[in-house]
Design a binder for this molecule. Sequence first.
Ligand code: ADP
Length: 330
Amino acid sequence: MTATLDVRGVEKTYGKGKRAVHALRGVDMRVEGGEVFGLLGPNGAGKSTLVKVLMTVIRPTKASGTLLGKPLGDRATLARVGYLPEHHRMPEYLTGRQVIEHFGALSGVDRVTRKRRATELLELTGMTQWEKVRLAGYSKGMRQRIGIAQALVNEPRLVVLDEPTDGVDPTGRRDIRQMIAAIRQRGCTVLVNSHLLSELELMCDRIAILVQGKVERQGTIAELTEKDARHEIVVACADEAARSRAMGSVAGLGFVEGVAPPGAAAGSGELTLVRAGVDEAVLQQGIDALRASGCTIRSVMPRRPSLEELFMQAVRDPGTGKALEVGAKR
Ligand code: ADP
């Protein structure tokens, strides 16, 4: 597969001397064609700076790599890129349709084509019935939908969405996720940046976690969580003796007592047993041993850390274990 974006050693320093801020300290990132790629990081990690470098809004201090097969910074390539900036402001006196057509005109899309695409994009974003209403009368969610539509009017091969679900209610967020899936279906690569990790978990093929100007982790969520994958068995134990029998039967297989899953009733007589790794054979032996010990198995679950846990691990200072301060030196 060809990469939509492949950059190496991107550096950006704002200011000079004592006031210098090293916003990007050598970013290596690769986004494959046709995937939904999530860019994550705490505030101040350099996400906006990286996007601005890609969009040629600012010049990098140092960078090499390609965007859609062309060297980074090639302005002509941007005609094939769509962009939804964070906190975008669009003219309030324009209707939804006019916004889409206006951005189409700015991207050099001819009149007939942009009218046709506006109709398609109003449909894709569920805004057809609002097309003649001015933005001044739109909710935040409706503005985001029109923002996504305008980012697609030039039929981009890459669309960059900065906080697309910002200020949108849960139903609207689900709709936006579906829109992103539809955009990918059209063969367009999506680079998305969001604070809502559970959202990204649901929509991204791969992610990169940016911490203090460097990519700390990069890969599919499955790859990144593999190391901490585990099996969890919940058993019902009538009394203390049953608990120790259950524990004793699987201790030799590497199971240890774990934390009860959220929502489990306290004092329900349940015991949660956890084994690191995802060894299916050992899991079967564990199930056999537990059944032989006479206890009832309530559930068997493969578990992986959530994206939130992964994120917290990545932003933790390796020395102190605390979350890194914005702007702190490593
Ligand atoms: P993020 O988008 O991840 O929150 P930014 O790219 O906005 O991070 O910022 C990265 C770092 O660069 C921060 O320390 C920020 O204060 C600094 N920074 C961003 N823009 C400028 C600027 N125009 N001038 C000076 N410093 C800046």
